[in-house]
Ligand binder design. Sequence first.
Ligand code: MG
Length: 252
Amino acid sequence: MRQAGLLVWKAHQEAAALVRPGITTREIDQAVAGVFEQAGAIPLFLGYPGPTPFPAVSCISVNEEVVHGIPSDRQLVEGDLISIDTGCKFHGWCGDAAVTHAVGNVPLETERLIEVTRGTLDLAIRLLEEKSRWSEVAREMQAFCENAGFSVVRNFVGHAIGREMHEQPQVPNYYGESWVRSGDFQLRPGLVLAIEPMVNAGTEKVKAMPDGWTQSTADGRPSAHFEHTVALTEHGARILTCAPQDGEELPW
Ligand code: MG
C-alpha cells in the first residue's frame, strides 16, 4: 500500500506544480493521469460508478465545490481555492489522498480555512496513536474546526482502504450519536484508513450540482479538503501517501 501511496503522492506533486491562474482543471487532471499511466497503476476514480461513470482520474473541486468536482476547461483565477483528490491501485493495493491549494493570493479567510483543514487531518493522525476508538478522534476533529469558526461536512466521510478504495468501516469527521451507536470502531494495528476532513467556511450543508457529481456548499462559501491514507501499525501511525523517506524503494 505504501507503493500505491507513493504514486498518489507523486501525482499530487505534479498537480501542485501546475496550480496557477490560467491553467484548466483538465490540464491538472491530465498530469495526474500521466503519473499513474507511466507507473502502470490503475486510476481508481476514472469510471467510478455514479449517476454517470466518473469521467476523470481526479476530482477537482474549486471554491464552494466541496468534493467530486469534474475536471473541465475551467481556468483557475487568482484567489481561487482548488481541492485535488485522487487515488490509484498498484499491484493490487490502493492509495487515496487529497490536497487543497490556494491559487496565488487568496482572501485571509480562505488561507485560514486551508490551514485549519490541514490541521484537522494532522490532529487526527496524531490522535490515532492516543485514542482507543475512532469516535474519540472524530470528536476532537469537529471541535478543532468549530473552535476556528468553521464547520465539518457530515454528508461525506472517510473510509477504510485496502484491496478496494472504499472499504468498511466508514470514517466520519464529526461526532454523531447515530453513527457512533452503529459504526464506531476500535483503533488497532492492521487498520488502514483514508482520513479526509472536508471543512466549510460557513454551513456544513452541501447540495448536489446538476452534473450529478459535484457537491457544493449550500451557502456558496468556500470549502477545503485534505486526505491521507494512514496505516495503524504496532509502531504507531504511518502515513502511506507522504513523501519518500531516505532509502525507500520507489515505484517510478
Ligand atoms: Mg477517500
